[in-house]
Ligand binder design. Structure first.
Ligand SMILES: [Zn+2]
Length: 385
């Protein structure tokens, strides 16, 4: 067949073939333009109709290739995709930062503040031998440390110029980071990583959902389930750092709260994923599960405040947790009321509609929770049990 076509093509005058080809390409392009044009709300199939105040700029039942490319074009889901995609990369960066930097960076101020107290409890002979064993003599970094220690000699700083002050600062920081692990045993990080993982899963699932849902009814159905599962995972894993680090010295309450939220989280994910629970009569069950999960966070936080009312870290973290609650609450309010597009339908199709505001508030709430997590880590690294 290929050979025959080639002979036919050869028999035809060259200019005519080129013209035909150009015509075909033009036609194809025009057809694609018409086919993949953004449509208005009233032209959507029923399963894609969700917000009647967003009037236009919808993608409707496009092939996957066009949908994937649409991540770089303007339509009413562009910012919904990007707000959570950027959020995902933010949490990926925070996870890498936490894994590489947080355990080795000790706050000098709090170290100095607590050192005398800790030293009283520490076996100084053991500390001395530990410290000496941590100063090997052959690696290049040792030279650095030895040089810094040498620079520590008082006569080098007697003039007190700014370069010396810089070196002094660096020496102090290096020494602090060297001595700190000998005195303070960093506590386990898994509850914090569980939260970071939950946040990344939620943000990526949501972003994917907004990008792909317009493909077909089947894909839309699957994506929406995935989005629900992501939200359940974020809520459940958000409990892990506050509960674990607040009650790590009290295994009964630690296991009680962690067990409760894990069972509730798994139940919510399953309810979100199983088709049998999708029928309207389960709508109330689904909604109650999400609300129940969110509100059950108040119990361990109040409990923490009662036990540690005199600890500044308990108040500090509660401040962050209240701020997170406000951000999520405001997000839910905006989401439910469809403000501002309900006031000016069609004016916020591309930018500024409620779902985009909701996305930004979710990322801000999760980031607040991350900050609270850092306070917990520092608190427990220094205090232990
Ligand atoms: Zn969303």
């Amino acid at each position: 067949m290929g050979g025959e076509a080639e002979i036919k093509e050869r028999l035809q005058p060259k200019s005519e073939t080129t013209e035909k080809k150009q015509h075909n390409v033009k036609g194809k392009k025009l057809w694609q333009k018409v086919k993949y044009q953004l449509v208005e709300y009233h032209a959507l199939p029923a399963y894609l109709r969700d917000n009647e105040y967003i009037l236009g700029h919808y993608r409707s039942e496009w092939p996957i290739k066009q949908i994937l490319l649409s991540i770089f074009t303007i339509h009413n889901e562009t910012l919904n995709v990007w707000t959570h995609l950027i959020g995902f990369f933010l949490f990926l960066a925070l996870t890498i930062y936490t894994a590489t930097k947080v355990p080795s960076v000790v706050d000098l101020h709090s170290l100095q503040h607590r050192l005398p107290d800790v030293l009283r409890k520490t076996d100084l002979h053991k500390l001395h031998s530990d410290l000496m064993s941590r100063l090997p003599s052959s690696t290049p970094s040792t030279w650095h440390v030895m040089e810094l220690l040498y620079n520590c000699l008082p006569e080098r700083f007697s003039h007190g110029n700014s370069t010396d002050m810089c070196v002094l600062h660096s020496v102090r920081e290096d020494l602090a980071n060297m001595i700190a692990p000998l005195i303070f045993r960093p506590i386990t990080r898994w509850p914090f990583y569980a939260f970071l993982g939950g946040a990344m899963f939620c943000l990526l699932a949501s972003s994917t959902c907004h990008l792909l849902s317009c493909h077909s009814e089947r894909v839309s159905y699957i994506m929406l389930r995935l989005d629900y599962a992501g939200i359940a995972a974020l809520i459940a894993t958000s409990f892990y750092p506050p509960v674990y680090y607040s009650f790590m010295c009290d295994p009964f309450f630690c296991n009680l709260y962690l067990g409760f939220i894990t069972v509730l989280g798994i139940a919510t994910v399953l309810v979100s994923l199983l088709p049998v629970f999708q029928s309207p009569e389960f709508r109330v069950v689904r909604a109650s599960l999400f609300f129940g999960m969110g509100f059950s966070g108040a119990a361990p936080i109040l409990h923490k405040l009662i036990i540690f009312w005199d600890q500044p870290e308990a108040l500090h973290t509660t401040g962050y947790e209240v701020l997170m609650g406000l951000l999520y609450g405001l997000g839910a309010l905006v989401y439910a009321t469809r403000i501002p597009e309900r006031w000016m339908p069609g004016k916020f199709d591309i930018a500024g509609h409620s779902h985009q505001l909701f996305h930004v508030l979710v990322v801000a709430g999760a980031f607040t929770h991350y900050r609270a997590g850092l306070v917990y880590l520092k608190w427990r690294d220094i205090e232990g049990c």
